[in-house]
Design a protein around this ligand. Sequence first.
Ligand SMILES: [Zn+2]
Ligand SMILES: [Zn+2]
Length: 240
Amino acid sequence: MNKWLEDIQFHLLPGKCILCGAKSHRNIDLCQACEDDLPRTIHPCWQCGLSIPSVQEICGRCLVNPPLFSHCYTAFKYAAPIDTLINQFKNHTNLVNGKVLSHVLAKSYIADHLILPDFWLPVPLHKSRLKTRGFNQAFEIATTLADITERPINSRLCRRIFHTPDQKSLNFSDRQSNIRKAFILDETLSGETIGIVDDVITTTATVSEISRLLLHNGAGEIQVVALARTPSETKQAMLK
Ligand SMILES: [Zn+2]
Ligand SMILES: [Zn+2]
């Protein structure tokens, strides 16, 4: 958005912070002080997004056994109050929370990246889950990313063809076999850089499976972009 448009919006709609309730005095419903207090991953590994103790770029595990995607970027650590905000967004249709968190994600993504994906691919929901929830939270996040980064969404490329059982209690390898062949592609690819969009990254099983499918069908490079990353892959998040 143009700076002057943001200035007009700032004066007309001062915004109300979703955390403290005060006027945000910005074009999003989150004040700067509350944004500054949100939990972030300190020194994330460039490739998997997990926190690593030193300032090295890639963690030891990714050096030995790299994931299929080349980069995982998340705005927040999955901890209070992010866990509650995302739960309200995803399971209680609080779209304002989703919009605010996606806005912070998109702004920080753009500040940290010179090269953007050719398009955004929201992780698809199975049609039965879409019917129950009424919206796809990954698509909502991708809409804000697309708007701010000026890169399109391609939500027709990939479909979820079967509904996977609840993954909450499964570890990475169980989730991996659970999710295998849950998706199909409806278009061919020719070397594009694709940004897969999800809400929370926990074990990476879902985004790894979509990455495998995309690369197998001609994608050039895969990035994963999400609101939050759990601090470790054994800690569970609220999953699809
Ligand atoms: Zn606030
Ligand atoms: Zn890593």
